[in-house]
Design a protein around this ligand. Structure first.
Ligand code: ADP
Length: 489
């Protein structure tokens, strides 16, 4: 029993030891894999790291090229010198000494020349200080000798006493090769030292370059509707990142403006709706208290509630129209028709509902337009209604129509209160009413011109306005036409 327990313990120990051993062996591999994955992750996500790595690789390539060029350049230069000085001297000596073999062998004692072989016209070996059997002027043989034996084989035909021979001179170039290797190593070592200086500079510079992007990301993350006025810092040098920040800031300006005007619109609209609701509530209270028995109160209250409900309905319809235009769900039912059709209708209706002003309608010619008839009529009505609202009784209102260039122009001129210069650019804003008209009890929510603008622009038209305070206003509605016609009534 005891023996079995002991055996089990030993097995357990061996198991633990094996596990520890394996994890020790695997540890460097794990570290390496972790390092590679970390590197790949950084390469994927960090531009600064990408720039540093690119520079690092470029630097190494340049150093390798420099090392290669300098060491090989040195070797080629020295070999050329060798050819020009030593070899020519040795050839002359050989020409003098041959066939005195002793003298030729003496040439080998001093200097780099290791062996001399001579061949006849048919390249048969006739003399060699070594065991050479082949005449070798083949570049591959020369390179083989250079690499494996560190020897330079010089082969050439020569003339000795009017006879042609071929020679092989073997020179030892071991010291030259070692010098070239030393130069190579020197350049590589200096390159490595340079790298130690270069790497931190490159990585710092690239992080500095990318810094503004990080900053932009951080700031952009913090922007919400509550701090929509936050902007990126665009101080510093003029570069692409500054342009980007500036463009971003300009975009934020536009978004902020849009957001603010939207908020303003919602608050103004709520305000507009509060008044009729308050009035209705007041009358309902009145009805509750006295209206059950008092017929006059009952009638007055019903009249007022009816009025305010209609007012509210009108406002809500206008708001819905604008909302549909914002959501781009507003549709036009366009057709070809003669503009005189609606102009003459408007003339008739206007004269029927208003007998307090002096109207002049003059349509010089007619034109076919491709448009939504009801919407165009609605838009023209808005200008005429305004002219009626803001022109005192007995004042003149002129409505004319004619073609000019590519447009049919409907001009609505009045002799009313006019619009101040400062208000001219704002009257087409939603819920905007000029000071003068607000004090006048003429009704209106300041939505008419916004709606007219949506309709006219939706038909690729234009609106022009001129006004003089106290004298009157002139609105020109310009609608592109298809065909010009003469007016037939
Ligand atoms: P409203 O329903 O208040 O008339 P509009 O959008 O049609 O709203 O007009 C906006 C404002 O422009 C008016 O409140 C008024 O101050 C000014 N306005 C428009 N037309 C005229 C006009 N013919 N004469 C003077 N002021 C005008």
């Amino acid at each position: 029993m005891k023996k079995v327990k002991k055996k089990n313990n030993i097995l357990k120990l061996i198991k633990i030891l094996m596990k520890t051993l394996i994890s020790i062996i695997l540890y460097p591999i794990k570290l390496f894999v972790k390092f590679i994955f970390g590197l790949l992750k950084r390469l994927k996500f960090s531009i600064a790291f990408k720039i540093s790595t690119t520079y690092f690789i470029l630097y190494i390539v340049v150093i390798l090229i420099v090392a290669f060029i300098t060491s090989n350049g040195y070797f080629i230069f020295e070999m050329n010198k060798f050819n020009d000085e030593i070899i020519i001297e040795d050839i002359t000596k050989l020409q003098d000494y041959y066939p005195d073999k002793k003298k030729v062998e003496n040439m080998l004692v001093k200097g780099k020349l290791k062996s001399v072989s001579m061949y006849d016209r048919n390249l048969n070996l006739i003399y060699s200080t070594d065991k050479e059997t082949r005449y070798s002027d083949n570049i591959i043989v020369i390179l083989e000798n250079l690499i494996y034996n560190k020897e330079y084989v010089f082969s050439s035909p020569i003339e000795i006493e009017n006879s042609r021979y071929y020679i092989n001179f073997h020179y030892s170039v071991e010291d030259l090769i070692y010098d070239a290797i030393r130069i190579n190593a020197l350049v590589l070592i200096s390159g490595a030292f340079g790298l130690i200086l270069f790497l931190p500079i490159v990585s710092r510079t690239s992080y500095k370059l990318i810094g503004p992007i990080k900053n932009m990301t951080e700031i952009t993350k913090t922007i919400t509707v509550n701090n929509i006025n936050t902007r990126l810092d665009i101080k510093g040098t003029q570069d692409e990142l500054k342009d980007l920040s500036q463009t971003f800031n300009e975009m934020m300006d536009r978004i902020e403006d849009g957001y603010k005007s939207q908020q303003q619109f919602v608050s103004d609209a709520s305000h507009e709706l509060r008044t009729p609701i308050a009035v209705i509530k007041g009358y309902v209270n009145m009805l509750d208290r006295w209206g059950k028995n008092d017929k006059d109160v009952l009638e007055e209250s019903i009249g007022a509630i009816k009025n305010e409900t209609e007012n509210m309905q009108d406002l809500i319809e206008k708001l819905l129209f604008i909302a549909r235009s914002d959501k781009q769900t507003l549709t036009y039912t366009k057709e070809d028709f003669k503009i005189s059709e609606i102009l003459l209708e408007i003339e008739k209706e206007t004269k029927m509902i208003d007998n307090k002003h002096k109207f002049y309608f003059k349509f010089y010619n007619d034109a076919s337009i491709y448009a939504d008839k009801n919407r165009i009529k609605q838009a023209v009505r808005i200008f005429i209604d305004n002219a009626m609202k803001f022109t005192p009784e007995k004042g003149y209102i002129m409505v004319s129509g004619y073609t000019q260039n590519d447009y049919y122009i409907i001009k609505v001129e009045d002799t009313g209160i006019g619009i101040e210069k400062k208000d001219l650019s704002k009257i087409f804003d939603r819920l905007y009413r000029a000071e003068q008209s607000r004090s006048k009890e003429v009704g209106g929510h300041g939505l008419g011109l916004s709606i007219a603008k949506i309709i006219i622009l939706g038909h690729k038209g234009k609106i022009k306005v001129k006004s003089t305070v106290g004298k009157g206003s002139e609105f020109s509605i310009m609608i592109p036409y298809l065909e010009k016609n003469s007016l037939q009534i």
